[in-house]
Design a protein around this ligand. Structure first.
Ligand SMILES: [Fe+2]
Ligand SMILES: [Fe+2]
Length: 334
């Protein structure tokens, strides 16, 4: 079988591409260089250069060669490849040649793009695109929960609403898995609950999309009006969920409760202690952590360990068990 004739070492420099990936490229004008492994001389040769055009015969031949496992793209084209796959994220699940860190790059890029689009224009069609990609992430992580770790090492360092949402979604998912580790280990975690929690973590600040950017990032003191507008974002987000027909309880809990604090000093409902759901408490820890470790217009970033320590010590406001789990996630890297 020709697949066996391809030397392993090729994978250092090239990705072998599958038929699914090939079909997802523009048929006559693929976006990147394509290489063919020539069995007779055991060498890789250029088959097509980006910017050119394939003939009809070549398109057919290329499909056949790909089925035989003889077609490659260069890892030098990683950025083009990542961008391409990020538009059709489900391809990640069928591509056997991507390394874990490459997949993590693709997820971060895809989710950032979807969140930028959705936060810019929070309508149902764009929510659906985001949801599809979040579900691909759920599938990927569900099959091996340790996979989330590679994503947590790739968080955004500059603050935007979309970046913050990605960071909270990823860190929140890692923390959720840690908090319910027993359930995951015993196979007792419900898939639907997991998916809804992950969705909620990515969407917790959707109400912020209705608040003008200058106000979100304002460094000077806020007027009373501006302050009340800012504090209304959980409620605004909740109303938006209704209009978007997204009424799953875990999503609502993330949106409504991430600014509640255990001593009742939070907002919007001034809930106390156990009146805040476990997911709401988790989202509060993650939200504060992600804000602390990112450069913001009004405060420089803190060191991750420092931020996690502060939260773990603040038992008045944050669930210490959850904050300590975050601490161990950060400090031990496990
Ligand atoms: Fe918020
Ligand atoms: Fe937030």
């Amino acid at each position: 079988m020709s697949k066996n004739a391809v030397p392993e070492s090729l994978n250092e420099e090239y990705y072998q591409i599958s038929s699914d990936i090939l079909e997802s490229f523009s048929k006559y004008r693929p976006p990147l260089d394509i290489f063919r492994f020539k069995e007779d001389v055991a060498r890789i040769e250029t088959y097509y250069r980006a910017g050119g055009r394939l003939s009809k015969e070549q398109v057919e031949e290329l499909a056949e060669l790909t089925r035989e496992g003889l077609i490659f793209v260069s890892r030098r084209d990683h950025p083009v490849y990542v961008k391409h796959i990020s538009y059709q994220l489900d391809l990640v699940l069928v591509d056997k040649n991507l390394k874990e860190r490459e997949i993590a790059d693709i997820f971060i890029q895809a989710l950032t793009m979807r969140l930028e689009n959705f936060m810019e224009q929070p309508v149902r069609a764009l929510l659906e695109r985001l949801r599809e990609d979040v579900m691909v992430l759920c599938e990927y992580v569900w099959n091996d929960v340790h996979r989330i770790r590679a994503l947590t090492r790739r968080l955004h360092t500059e603050h935007t609403l979309a970046h913050h949402s990605v960071n909270c979604g990823v860190m929140g998912t890692a923390l959720f898995i840690r908090l319910y580790a027993d359930d995951f280990n015993r196979g007792a975690m419900q898939r639907k609950l997991f998916e809804n929690a992950v969705m909620g973590l990515f969407l917790h600040d959707l109400g912020m999309s209705k608040i003008p950017v200058f106000l979100r990032d304002k460094t000077q003191a806020l007027s009373r009006d501006e302050q009340s507008k800012l504090l209304s974002h959980p409620g605004t987000g909740y109303e938006m969920l209704g209009k978007l027909d997204l009424k799953d309880r875990p999503v609502e809990q993330c949106v409504m409760e991430h600014h509640e604090r255990l001593d009742g000093s939070g907002y919007p409902q001034k809930l106390k202690g156990k009146d805040i759901s476990p997911l709401g408490r988790l989202c509060a820890v993650v939200d504060s952590y992600c804000a602390m470790v990112t450069n913001r217009p009004y405060a420089p970033a803190k060191e991750p360990a420092q931020a996690a320590n502060e939260l773990a010590e603040d038992a008045k406001h944050y669930d210490s068990r959850i904050a300590r789990l975050l601490q161990s996630l950060i400090v031990t890297g496990k």
